[in-house]
Design a protein around this ligand. Structure first.
Ligand SMILES: [Zn+2]
Ligand SMILES: [Zn+2]
Ligand SMILES: [Zn+2]
Ligand SMILES: [Zn+2]
Length: 551
């Protein structure tokens, strides 16, 4: 670690909260903290808030650094709005303390004051759940004859013996639950704004009495773990978007046995992040069968929790075939990528290989009018990426960001926040500080970070500096990822606007002639002089334009 002050602060926190039930710290190994900074997590049990804190190397540094730690809040019960107000509070607490330790003040504020601060906004949000129940379940769910059902000795959800803990017997189906399973079920249905039902997947009888079990909500991490080890898992699906942020949010799916082919009932919305997705394959909502689309099949095989055994097996078999096929194509493609003569050739080959997958994914988010244009990338950024190209596989990926950042990205490449630059951590860093990209079949993951209908299409070198987590690839080396294209939606894509006359393109063509060796852009990109003749369209650009039109 670069400074002993940080270490001292962490050690004292460890001592202060040792054995505390309200504040549980997950500190790094203090004897072995890396030079490039470290992060740790604190769970504020009583308020149900988790905070991940990242300590940059110059926080509390000897030379009087005034850098503050970065943090990210998450909670199983508070909506984003409340967490944002907490974050503001923490930030204003820290401002006057710049240069001195702030962590204790932060943790104490969260432990003692957060609940009061939230009572105005948070309570309203939580109470809202009870008022707008929405029943989209059919009424003909079978109910058991009380005479026929013997009282089970165990909770029928988690199988704990019911002699030591109270029995919660559901009125309509007579199924027996333990209080914890009753609480879990109630919390999940309440969050999904649905009336509670029996959690047993082959029963699902109405169970309004479970509403009484919405006591102190538990952390979603705890609830979801419990769901996973009970038959209730067959009634829910984890939101893929939240999963990519490290959270398992149990979304109630209305499919009864995993077979329901009705697309309307297959489509669900995450109560936490509002992401709308197919409950069977967890792709963006779609109308065709999940088995008709290779990318859906591959995603089905990765679904959490897994589908029913029969469906899961079928999907796994098909996915294996598809992957084998893809691998074969990739090996052939790689050969051409590696032999590409220069960056422009590489860019062209890359697009040929991945055009269909990229455009399909983009179309889900931006509509079928979406088009691509090559990024005006600085020469040394191109060279850095090309340098190690023949040692690894190359995958396509998306990166979503504020379009205001594009000029900087095109001249410096994508950079890791905080690493020898001024770039702040924009969207949290659940899986470590790196460049976050979305797999080619998960465009929606990057969409949330875009400020306009535009996204970067990148090539990612697959080596030990890349971590694959769910639908994301986190790149820990700036040289391992290069933004090749920028997607955009032409203002009137339905009219026959030709590629060469798109004004934005004219401008970027003015800065850099494609097809010729690229020049590094000047520090301040000069406007193209009107007297200069427009650069010739390369064959590649014409083909690209023609291809884009097809979608
Ligand atoms: Zn139980
Ligand atoms: Zn039941
Ligand atoms: Zn979600
Ligand atoms: Zn699907």
């Amino acid at each position: 670690m670069s400074n002993s002050e940080q270490l001292a602060e962490l050690s004292s926190l460890e001592a202060i909260y040792d054995g505390s039930r309200e504040v549980v710290l997950e500190l790094p190994d203090l004897g072995n903290v890396p030079d490039e900074g470290t992060s740790f997590q604190a769970k504020l049990r009583a308020v149900n808030v988790d905070v991940t804190i990242w300590l940059p190397p110059d926080y509390l540094a000897d030379d009087g650094g005034t850098t503050l730690p970065l943090f990210e809040l998450s909670s199983g019960i508070y909506p984003r709005k409340v967490l944002d107000s907490f974050a503001q509070e923490l930030q204003s607490l820290a401002e006057p303390l710049r240069g001195s330790p702030v962590l204790f003040s932060w943790l104490e504020w969260l432990r003692v004051d957060a609940r009061t601060a939230s009572s105005s906004q948070g309570a309203a949000a939580l109470e809202g759940r009870e008022t707008d129940w929405e029943d989209d379940f059919e009424n003909d769910i079978p109910t058991a004859d009380p005479q026929e059902v013997a009282k089970s000795a165990n909770c029928e959800s988690c199988f704990v013996l019911l002699d030591k803990v109270p029995r919660v017997q559901l009125k309509s189906c007579q199924h027996s639950l333990c209080p914890q399973c009753a609480g879990m079920t109630s919390q999940v249905f309440a969050a999904n704004k649905l009336k509670p039902h029996c959690p047993l997947a082959n029963c699902r009888a109405n169970a309004p009495e479970l509403m009484e079990w919405t006591g102190m909500p538990e952390l979603w991490a705890t609830v979801s773990k419990r769901v996973l080890s009970s038959p209730f898992k067959d009634s829910i699906v984890f939101c893929p978007r939240c999963e990519d942020r490290g959270m398992d949010m149990p979304v109630v799916s209305s499919l009864d046995d995993g077979q329901a082919p009705n697309p309307a009932r297959r489509t669900v919305r995450c109560f936490q992040c509002s992401h709308i997705f197919c409950a069977i394959c967890r792709s963006p909502s779609h109308s065709s069968s999940c088995f008709d689309d290779p990318s859906c099949v591959v995603r089905m095989a990765k679904r959490r929790p897994p589908l029913t055994p029969e469906l899961a097996e079928k999907a796994a078999l098909m996915a294996a075939e598809i992957r084998e096929e893809e691998l074969k194509r990739e090996v052939e493609g790689l050969a051409s990528l590696r032999s590409a003569d220069g960056f422009e050739k590489f860019r062209e080959c890359f697009l040929q290989l991945h055009h269909k997958a990229i455009m399909n994914s983009l179309a889900c988010e931006f509509g079928s009018g979406v088009e691509l244009r090559p990024t005006p990338l600085a020469r040394d950024v191109q060279d850095r990426f090309m340098f190690a190209i023949d040692s690894a596989r190359i995958k396509p990926a998306f990166h979503g960001t504020d379009t205001k950042n594009y000029p900087s990205i095109f001249s410096r490449g994508l950079l890791i926040p905080g690493m020898k630059n001024e770039i702040p951590v924009a969207h949290g860093s659940a899986h470590g500080l790196g460049i976050y990209t979305a797999n080619v079949d998960a465009c929606w993951l990057s969409r949330g970070f875009c400020t306009a209908d535009s996204m970067l299409v990148c090539a990612v070198r697959q080596d030990q500096m890349v971590k694959c987590v769910g639908d994301a690839m986190v790149v820990f080396s700036p040289d391992g990822v290069v933004p090749l294209f920028e997607s955009y939606v032409p203002p009137s894509w339905k009219s026959n606007t030709s590629w060469a006359t798109a004004p934005a393109l004219q401008q970027s063509l003015g800065k850099q002639a494609f097809g010729k060796p690229a020049q590094p852009p000047p520090a301040k990109p000069a406007q193209p002089s009107p007297a200069k003749p427009a650069p010739k369209k390369s064959k590649f650009l014409s083909r690209l334009a023609a291809k884009s039109k097809k979608h």
